[in-house]
Design a protein around this ligand. Structure first.
Ligand SMILES: C[S@@+](CC[C@H](N)C(=O)[O-])C[C@H]1O[C@@H](n2cnc3c(N)ncnc32)[C@H](O)[C@@H]1O
Length: 328
């Protein structure tokens, strides 16, 4: 049997690394432990306000108590839960265990850089906010003034909401899952923002984008965040491959206005950032250049930057200073 992990030490080190986030009174939510880069692949701990979620891909029962104790010693919380990955092949009820407090006591919103977000403590997957895109949200708040923005693969709408908070004049969110539309609305409500019938659309991207192109729609900013494996769709011209930037960029390019930006999220580790960027550039008829590169923050430590989230922003060569891309 392998020797037991020293959770006190691992969690202590993780907390030291995140001092900047912990000291920030406007942020109560971040990844507390990123096992892949911090000595325990398959285990991730996230803090959503006063709720701590331990996601594990391996059998954790024998270690759960010492892990919860180690967390409790260094970070305040009301509720701690463990969530076993579906690959463990036990019933969800057995994989989802409240280890401290009562689930009803957990807050149903959390805060990042002063902005509240709706979370659902009892969802089997992500509670409503991905922390690796924190800096992308900050970029959107800075670069969306007066823009019409299209947020594709919107999930709970946190990226599009960032554009709204940054002064966008219109944001259209698109996701194929109907139940997410009310989550997007909750996020707007929490932030005192109004929406209308066009703000949140339920639909398959491969059906919706050709329609928008036909209708002559244009956007000044497009957020393109496909999951690592895009599902097949009866509306796609070809079967989607991986994140399918080939087909998606071809469609998005036809919707981008003259000075528009395209923000792409690269999630797969089988391609480098350069390879992803080339895939984007190969599939557009526009003279696009990479103008900025973003990544995940200090709560996602990795020795190899290619193992972090990679986000690249593309703009038209003509809209960049002296026709040159900004230094990246
Ligand atoms: C990884 S999440 C995107 C995260 C989101 N951008 C954020 O930052 O919160 C992927 C989302 O894509 C949606 N989705 C998957 N396939 C889709 C399709 N063909 N058309 C529209 N939405 C799709 C899923 O319902 C899911 O909400």
């Amino acid at each position: 049997m392998s020797s037991p992990r020293n959770w006190s030490e691992l969690i202590h080190r993780a907390v030291q690394r995140r001092q900047e986030l912990i000291a920030d009174a406007s942020t109560d939510s971040f990844r507390l432990f990123h096992g892949y880069g911090e000595g325990c692949p398959g285990l991730v701990i996230e803090k959503f306000g006063d709720l701590i979620v331990i996601d594990h891909k391996f059998e954790l029962e024998a270690e759960a108590e010492s892990l919860v104790k180690a967390i409790d010693k260094v970070i305040e919380s009301k509720v701690i839960i463990t969530k076993g990955h579906q690959s463990l092949r036990t019933k969800l009820k057995k994989r989802f265990i409240v280890r401290k407090g009562k689930l009803e006591e957990a807050n149903i919103s959390c805060q990042e850089r002063g902005i509240p977000y709706d979370i659902r403590p009892n969802t089997p997957h992500n509670l409503g906010l991905y922390f690796d895109t924190r800096d992308s949200r900050a970029w959107l708040r800075k670069n969306s003034a007066d823009c019409r923005v299209l947020n594709l693969f919107a999930f709970t709408g946190s990226l599009g909401l960032s554009s709204i908070l940054g002064g966008a004049k219109e944001v259209v969110h698109l996701d194929r899952s109907a139940e997410l539309l009310s989550r997007m609305q909750s996020n707007y409500e929490l932030n005192g923002k109004k929406w209308d019938g066009r703000s949140f659309l339920k639909g398959d991207i491969y059906k919706h984008l050709p329609r928008a192109i036909k209708a002559g729609k244009k956007f000044d900013g497009i957020i393109l965040d496909p999951p690592p494996k895009v599902y097949s769709s009866p509306h796609a011209s070809n079967a989607p491959r991986g994140q399918d930037f080939g087909q998606l960029v071809h469609l998005c390019s036809q919707l981008l206005s003259e000075q528009g930006w395209l923000m792409c999220f690269f999630h797969r580790f089988d391609l480098s950032r350069d390879q992803f960027e080339n895939e984007v550039l190969k599939n557009t008829h526009l003279p696009l250049l990479v103008s900025e590169r973003l990544s995940s923050g200090i709560d996602f430590p990795e020795d190899n930057p290619e193992h972090k989230l990679r986000v690249s922003i593309f703009t038209r060569a003509s809209s960049q200073k002296n026709g040159q891309p900004t230094e990246v």
